[in-house]
Design a protein around this ligand. Structure first.
Ligand SMILES: Nc1nc2c(c(=O)[nH]1)N[C@H]1C(S)=C(S)[C@@H](COP(=O)(O)OP(=O)(O)OC[C@H]3O[C@@H](n4cnc5c(=O)[nH]c(N)nc54)[C@H](O)[C@@H]3O)O[C@H]1N2
Ligand SMILES: Nc1nc2c(c(=O)[nH]1)N[C@H]1C(S)=C(S)[C@@H](COP(=O)(O)OP(=O)(O)OC[C@H]3O[C@@H](n4cnc5c(=O)[nH]c(N)nc54)[C@H](O)[C@@H]3O)O[C@H]1N2
Ligand code: SF4
Ligand SMILES: [Mo]
Length: 858
């Protein structure tokens, strides 16, 4: 280790080039401030970096949950990374694009070798068995301890708490490795939520959408070029779908597609692609679509003005009108009569919708007609509009409108989700990794708590297990084996309280993350750069094979090693927890990797593996014939399936279903797309939070637009008159990278505030503002702009909380201090429904790239 640090000092990193580059890609304003990297930078001497041939390029993991997956390479010399680059394995072209990294990936070495990497196991100074001064969690001093002491403490606390309270007192919030140990030792209570997907998570499978979190609900990227109109209903790929998706959309635009964005923010994707931007209030999309459906239903004339695809509705759906109801359903409970207000007395006119969503009725009508009369439309949405409370009917509404207009199952025509790794590129993966072959260890306790009532459950001792099923629970240990749950789940103010409530908190991490800051024992873990290697899947065309970059830094250990050492102290043997070696697991994944045959008829092995390879690896296996050799894969670090227009690898979602629904039924009771879906309503009811109708009726979001009013009828605004949303932001992948100073500089985490809202509050651009919700208070500097619609505030997701304990104000602008945990529907993680007030705050707030890094122990 000492040698590594000495050799690190001999190399200089070129930060100036990085910042210049990220400015070019992000259009961000840059200021050069102090930098806090472990490897000290001296721009003047940057040219002193050694030539490429003096080191070895290895494929370095970029392992984050960022919605992209790119090829990153590190030039390594003496265990030190002296330069990074991205995909140059082949020429770039629209059909076969390079998998180029973003600013985060390119500054990855600043994360791995950061000055604030945790160095040693640590104990909170005032901790003692049972908790000690529990109130000091998050503000106590840290004491360095040995690995033996740390592991002994964790194991003895597990034993003590299980003996005293039983295994149900252990809450494990993440980390598959420690989960194995805890499962062996009698189990633990877990957590669950819809995180990314919001209401797209569990419901859509019931009314007929493909499984797999909707990765296969839209056509592939080459087919997108056949669309005349692409509607992106909430989605900003330039920020939140790293890699090539925005480039794919650009190809569609070059091929002639018109783009319409429906989003509270005029963002960089819109700037690049939009022909029209329709600003909409968060969480009101469903109302707008009902207004559009009303337009089509009332204006449609099959002969003179055909707006509705009756053929598709009649053949492929149930529940649209009284004549096409599923068996057993009340004919009055059909969608068309709901829209017309036949029975509830409220026609869902564009005027009705407009009052809720803020889009003028003329635009609602025009958009409905345009989608209905354009031959080939891609109607796409990301998950953000569904990360709103009570939105369980939104996915069904979205698909219903797609069905009404018939934009499904044909070239250039699609309705569905375009998000995360499958943004602008739907379809099953063309290259996949094999399984590791490690047998699972079943958790004997089959209980978990929904994220949106998690901290409440710890504090009150009650949680909802299902319909009419509220159970007692007494959590006394919080085990953070991975993830960033205190930071990334709603209700962080209560989360902090919950952490100060239990007897023991332990956390594995690479930095003093929020989970670790509020813990008693912190165990430093390696990053994938310090491990053996592994495979990463991404968009459907790639598989990445990363390898070791450097040795573990300081005293960091792998999560699996920690899990094993704790298991041993609990009386188990190593092979009880890991019956096969890490190397064998990786080999199995490689050997089992598969690639789609060129004729699209099925998968074949990706890799050729010889007897010599197996002997060199020292593992068990059989030689096999594949498309490329194991060595080639290791050297390139990526396999990318070549694509070209007209190949056999394209994908049209619902194609077979549309052609012949009888012989290719969907996985529903009727085999059709269910606009009336009893199974969906039953599913939602079963969670025990809130209920919905079998047809997609509108529900106002709890803490949505309607709740910004004290009196909706008289239009009198309430205490929290603004809506806040949390865009996924280029500085971070959730909370990851927030500590990288380069990224802090390149992407200042300002709060976006509309100029009218700012003026009404006497706020100027750059002023410090206090944002207050029912659940907490945060500070940020204001970015006053007209790129966000009035009434909406944009607070970037993922900043590491920095609580001023006296004032109970967070200086970092952590989104989940504002968002409160209120469960609804399918246990929705509903971050985009939150209401706030914003006021000027008269103390300056230094830009956070100038803040001291969190270094608990040197
Ligand atoms: N308010 C609000 N909250 C949100 C969202 C929002 O829009 N608004 N978005 C939500 C969404 S979509 C998601 S997916 C979630 C993500 O929620 P999380 O998955 O909790 O978020 P990350 O920040 O990615 O957390 C990953 C953590 O794992 C750590 N880590 C990385 N590698 C290792 C390792 O090898 N071992 C260990 N032990 N730790 C490691 C990282 O340092 C980091 O702390 O956040 C959600 N939270
Ligand atoms: N840089 C970066 N990229 C990421 C991530 C990250 O943390 N950082 N996280 C990744 C993960 S795990 C996920 S799940 C995805 C999430 O990706 P998305 O679900 O696309 O989420 P966002 O990027 O937050 O929001 C997309 C757009 O939706 C808009 N929006 C918000 N609420 C509403 C609404 O109610 N209605 C409408 N019409 N629009 C709305 C926002 O203004 C934004 O422009 O991002 C992934 N990509
Ligand atoms: S988009 Fe994600 S995988 Fe790609 S470079 Fe950025 S952080 Fe890494
Ligand atoms: Mo996510």
């Amino acid at each position: 280790m000492a040698k590594l640090i000495r050799s690190a000092g001999q190399y200089k990193l070129d930060r100036r080039r990085f910042l210049g580059w990220s400015a070019a890609t992000a259009g961000a304003a840059l200021l050069l401030g102090n930098q806090t990297g472990l490897l000290k930078l001296d721009p003047a001497k940057a040219k002193a970096a050694p030539a490429a041939e003096e080191g070895k390029w290895v494929t370095a993991a970029c392992w984050h949950n960022c919605g992209g997956r790119c090829l990153n390479k590190a030039l390594v010399r003496d265990g030190v990374v002296i330069r990074q680059k991205t995909d140059d394995t082949h020429e770039d072209s629209p059909d076969f694009p390079q998998q180029r990294g973003c600013a985060r990936g390119r500054s990855q070495r600043k994360q791995v070798f950061a000055v604030d990497r945790l160095r040693y196991p640590m104990k909170r100074k005032h901790w003692e068995p049972g908790g000690g001064r529990k109130d000091l969690r998050g503000r106590d001093e840290w004491v360095r301890i040995s690995w033996d002491e740390a592991l002994d403490i964790v194991a003895s606390e597990i034993k003590r708490i299980v003996e005293k309270y039983g295994n149900r007192a252990i809450l494990s919030t993440g980390g598959s490795e420690i989960g194995r140990t805890l499962a062996l030792y009698g189990g633990y209570v877990g957590t669950w939520g819809t995180t990314s997907w919001g209401s797209w998570r569990w419901g859509p499978a019931k009314f007929g959408m493909a499984e797999g979190y909707n990765d296969t609900s839209i056509n592939d990227r080459l087919d997108l070029r056949n669309s005349n109109l692409i509607v992106i209903w909430g989605g900003n790929p330039a920020w939140s779908a790293g890699g090539s998706p925005t480039y794919h959309y650009l190809q569609a635009k070059k091929a002639g597609a018109k783009f319409i964005f429906i989003d509270p923010i005029y963002h960089q994707s819109a700037e690049l692609l939009a022909d029209e931007w329709i600003p909409i209030r968060p969480g009101t999309d469903h109302a707008m679509m009902l207004g559009m459906a009303y337009t089509l239903i009332t204006e449609d004339d099959p002969v003179n003005n055909p707006l509705i695809d009756w053929d598709f509705l009649n053949r492929c759906t149930v529940g649209f009108d009284a004549d096409h109801m599923p068996e057993g359903a009340d004919p009055k409970e059909n969608f068309k009569d709901y829209v017309l207000g036949t029975y509830d007395g409220q026609p869902k006119t564009p005027e009705w919708a407009s009052e809720i969503c803020g889009v003028d009725p003329h635009t609602i009508r025009r958009l409905a007609r345009e989608i209905a009369t354009t031959p080939r439309v891609a109607l796409l949405t990301a998950w953000a509009p569904a990360r709103t409370r009570n939105s369980d009917s939104w996915p069904q509404m979205f698909m219903t409108f797609g069905a009404m207009t018939g934009h499904m199952g044909q070239p250039g025509r699609m309705t569905g989700v375009s998000c995360h790794r499958h943004t602008a590129n739907g379809g099953p993966n063309l290259v996949t990794s094999g399984g590791a072959g490690l047998p699972g260890i079943k958790n004997p306790i089959n209980e978990s708590i929904n994220d949106s009532e998690l901290w409440n459950a710890v504090l009150t001792g009650k949680y909802t297990a299902g319909y009419n099923d509220v159970r007692d629970i007494n959590i006394q240990m919080i085990y953070h084996g991975g993830g960033a749950i205190l930071q990334t789940r709603d209700g962080m103010t209560k989360g902090i309280e919950a952490h100060r409530h239990v007897e023991f908190v332990v956390s594995h991490s690479q930095f003093l993350t929020t989970n670790s800051k509020y813990a008693d024992i912190v165990l430093p873990v390696t990053t994938p750069w310090e491990r053996l290697g592994g495979l990463l899947t991404g968009n459907r065309e790639i598989l990445i094979y990363y390898t070791n970059v450097t040795q573990p830094l300081f005293e960091a250990k792998d999560d699996a090693w920690i899990a094993t050492e704790i298991a041993k102290r609990l009386g188990f043997k190593e092979e009880d927890i890991y019956p096969i070696s890490e190397k064998q697991q990786l080999f199995n994944q490689l050997a089992g990797s598969k690639v789609m045959k060129e004729d699209g008829s099925g998968y074949e092995p990706l890799l050729t593996i010889t007897e010599e390879d197996i002997a060199e690896w020292g593992v068990e296996g059989k030689p096999q014939q594949g498309r490329i050799t194991l060595k080639e894969f290791e050297e390139r670090g990526i396999y990318q399936v070549p694509r070209r227009p007209g190949d056999k690898l394209g994908f049209i979602a619902y194609e077979a279903f549309r052609k012949d629904p009888e012989n290719n039924p969907l996985n529903t009771a009727s085999g059709k797309l269910e606009i009336h879906c009893q199974a969906l309503a039953d599913l939602i009811k079963g969670y025990g939070f809130t209920e919905i109708d079998p047809i997609p009726t509108y529900q106002p979001r709890k803490e949505g637009y309607e709740d910004t009013f004290a009196d909706w009828e008289k239009k009198i605004k309430g205490e929290y008159p603004l809506q806040v949303i949390n865009p996924h932001y280029p500085r971070r992948s959730h909370s990851v990278f927030d500590n990288v100073t380069w990224l802090r500089e390149a992407f200042p985490s300002m709060v976006m505030l509309n100029s009218q809202d700012a003026a009404a509050r006497g706020i100027k651009d750059g002023d410090t503002v206090l944002i207050t919700s029912r659940h907490g208070k945060v500070l940020r500097r204001a970015h006053v702009t007209d790129l966000i619609m009035p009434g909406v505030v944009g607070l970037p997701h993922g900043a590491w909380v920095e609580m001023d304990e006296e004032k109970q104000i967070d200086k970092a602008g952590a989104d989940n201090i504002l968002c409160g945990g209120i469960p609804s529907g399918q246990g929705i993680s509903a971050w985009n429904s939150c209401i706030v007030e914003v006021t000027r705050y008269d103390e300056p707030l230094a830009p956070d790239h100038t803040w001291e890094p969190r270094i608990p122990l040197k």
